[in-house]
Design a protein around this ligand. Structure first.
Ligand code: TPP
Ligand code: DXP
Ligand code: MG
Length: 645
């Protein structure tokens, strides 16, 4: 495990109460009046630690009180807390025995930046992709009821105001009252996604108020009935309906959750820890699904983050005293791929009025914001709804528009059938722009975009392309709007390219045509995407060893360049395929199948992500671990050459 420079962080600072808490059981020994101090110490710890070893900041800062209250009131880990997305769970990590390891957060071999059941029994479910907590927690609550667990197990889903708008969350809510369960949903409403939160539910939540008088009346009524032993399975529904009618009278609005028969409590101040503890104590033992609505401030307790929560979602290193963030040089530096995408799309949209942009809650992350600023009427932020985003694009394309739908590769996994059913079968000209393709680094196992080549290749009629550099990305984006070729996916990586001078005039690329980058006779390397750069370094080394290597950039995984493959087969030399995706079903598979299907006996070595889930760490560390770095490619060239002799 890598040793971290920890000079100014948590170790040197003093946290008198936090240091006594090695598990939630220690927290529960404290009197409730001490919890405010625990919260303050957690915040200070996060500021000190994350300023030096960066990660997700603002969400965890805003969730401190609810985290402390949950571990204080519930008997974790027996009771389950399911965190949605999981980027707000750093406080939870600190309270559950991982304070001393927090300096390794997001580092290779260190703590995961998200809850991870392999890391701790307190991390009850995989988190990273939004909106799964209600369904997962409901499953756990139902499992507990079916198995008549004793003592009764409480199950809590913690979900943000943006994540609850995802389709999967709605499906969970819809199903929540259909079975016997003891589910509690905590809605952590900070009126923010990563960027501004959007959508009708967001506006609804912003205007949702419940009178104090009503809340007090209901608690008292419930407590009284409980005391009189009148709350049981038979009376529960009646009480709920009675409550709802009173509430409609008092508040003059139908509560959306109560309309679904989920008891609603709130909204309460999510930073008043003692109050949250009291409310949780009151509603903890109620039967049936309940939702507690807490209003919180993203970045709470750190003024720069409160003032600009979007920039402080994951701010990188910063000075804890001033809030100054480490700035990156701009002049003469290669651009980020996302910015090449964003600026090129704007350029194309200026001259093609049919072009529209779609983002699923990631305008900044995908740089769709660039077009959004200049042509807001033609960019749609549809919220966390990758499936809807794709089907919506299908509808737009069906009636004449040219949608560019920019989604992180791993999040697009949520929309697989939408791609097939709502786009590909109808051959609609939707361009899927897959950002963060390949190994992404510190976000880890849930976020690596390594499955897309494989899962898109199997879809009939789908064009699947990956540029090796910024200029090819521009040309592919240009190509996808000049003719109607049906659906096209263009995948590109996280981070920067190589070429500061990328803004050259665009030209169309022939669909399904690769490029010979250099000729050679001993070994042929076929790569796709920016892996071409590593291949180039490996070839330079191999040439120094006296091996003559041909290098082809396939550009398209589908359709395959059959002429190019025939040329390679005719060489009669060993072939190495190189891709930054899972080997099963990707470029290596496609090339092997093609040689086999066309009767060519070619020895193929496949380099790519092995058949396992890749953890978190720096990209070069993970590439090395997967046997995909320049050294591994060089070694494969040398071995292939040897075995051919
Ligand atoms: C399926 C999916 N789409 C997009 C994302 C990227 N993403 C991570 S956090 C986030 C915003 C979450 O907002 P919210 O649920 O309100 O939590 P907050 O950060 O405000 O606490 C988004 C869009 C994701 N993790 N998963
Ligand atoms: C929690 C989440 O899913 C995002 O915040 C993600 O960490 C963003 O990663 P990028 O830094 O690649 O935009
Ligand atoms: Mg939010």
């Amino acid at each position: 495990m890598e040793k971290t420079d920890n000079s100014i962080d948590s170790v040197s600072a003093h946290y008198p109460l936090l240091e006594t808490i090695d598990s939630p059981a220690d927290l529960r020994k404290l009197p409730a009046e001490k919890l405010t101090q625990v919260c303050a110490e957690i915040r200070q710890f996060l500021i000190n630690s994350l300023s030096n070893n960066p990660g997700h900041f603002a969400s965890s800062m805003g969730a401190v009180e609810l985290t402390v209250a949950l571990h204080y009131v519930f008997n974790t880990p027996y009771d389950r807390i399911v965190w949605d997305v999981g980027h707000q769970a750093y406080g939870h990590k600190l309270l559950t025995g991982r304070r001393d390891k927090f300096r390794t957060n997001r580092k290779f071999g260190g703590l995961s930046g998200f809850p991870n059941p392999e890391e701790s029994e307190y991390d009850t479910f995989t988190a990273g992709h939004a909106s799964n907590s209600i369904s997962a927690a409901l499953g756990m609550a139902v499992a507990s009821a079916l198995q008549h667990e004793s003592p009764k197990r409480n199950v809590v889903a913690v979900i943000g105001d943006a994540s609850i708008s995802g389709g999967l969350a709605f499906e969970g809510l819809n199903n929540a009252t259909m079975t016997r369960n003891n589910l509690l949903i905590i809605l952590n409403d900070n009126d923010m996604s990563i960027d501004r939160n959007v959508g009708a539910l967001n506006s609804y939540l912003a205007h949702l108020t419940t009178s104090k008088a009503y809340n007090t009346f209901r608690y008292r009524l419930y407590r009284l009935l409980k005391k009189m032993h009148l709350v049981n399975d038979g009376t529960k529904d009646f009480i709920l309906r009675f409550n709802n009618s009173i509430k409609s009278l008092v508040t003059r609005q139908q509560n959306i959750f109560e309309g679904l028969n989920i008891r609603y409590f709130g909204p309460f101040d999510g930073h008043d820890v003692e109050r949250i503890v009291r409310v949780l104590g009151d509603i903890k033992d109620m039967e049936g699904p309940r939702l507690l609505h807490l209003r919180t401030t993203k970045g709470k307790g750190y003024t720069p983050a409160e003032n600009d929560p979007a920039s402080w979602h994951a701010p990188g290193k910063f000075d804890p005293q001033t809030g100054n963030r480490q700035s990156e040089p701009h002049e003469g530096v290669p651009p980020k791929y996302q910015d090449v995408f964003g600026e090129t799309l704007l350029e194309l949209a200026r001259s093609n009025p049919k072009i529209v942009g779609i983002t699923a809650a990631m305008p900044s992350g995908t740089s769709m914001s660039i077009m959004q600023h200049e042509i807001p009427g033609r960019v749609f932020d549809v919220g966390i709804s990758e499936g809807h985003a794709v089907t919506f694009a299908g509808g737009l394309a069906k009636d004449g528009m040219r949608p560019y739908c920019a989604i992180y590769s791993s999040f697009l996994q949520r929309a697989y059938d939408h791609i097939i059913h709502d786009v590909a079968i109808q051959r609609l000209p939707v361009t899927l722009c897959l950002d963060r393709a390949g190994i992404v680094g510190e976000d880890g196992v849930t976020h690596h975009g390594v499955f897309d080549l494989s899962y898109l290749r199997s879809i009939p009629g789908m064009i699947v392309a990956a540029p090796r550099d910024e200029i090819t990305l521009r040309n592919l984006l240009y190509t996808s709007q000049v003719a109607d070729n049906g659906p096209m996916a263009i995948r590109y990586p996280r981070g920067k390219g190589k070429n500061p001078d990328w803004k050259v005039p665009m030209k169309a690329i022939a669909i399904g045509k690769g490029e010979r980058l250099q000729d050679g006779s001993d070994v042929a390397v076929l790569s796709i995407g920016p892996m071409a750069n590593l291949v180039k370094s490996a070839i330079t080394k191999a040439e120094a060893d006296g091996i003559s290597v041909a290098h082809y950039d396939m550009i398209f995984l589908k359709p395959l360049d059959e002429e190019l493959l025939a040329e390679v087969a005719a060489k009669g030399c060993p072939v190495i395929t190189v891709e930054d995706g899972i080997k099963e079903g990707g470029l290596g598979s496609a090339v092997t199948e093609w040689f086999n299907d066309h009767g060519h006996k070619v020895q193929v070595t496949r380099i790519g992500v092995p058949d396992s889930f890749v953890p978190h760490g720096k990209v070069p560390e993970l590439m090395k671990m997967c046997g995909m770095d320049a050294d591994a490619i060089h070694e494969a060239i040398v071995n292939a050459h040897k075995s051919d002799k």
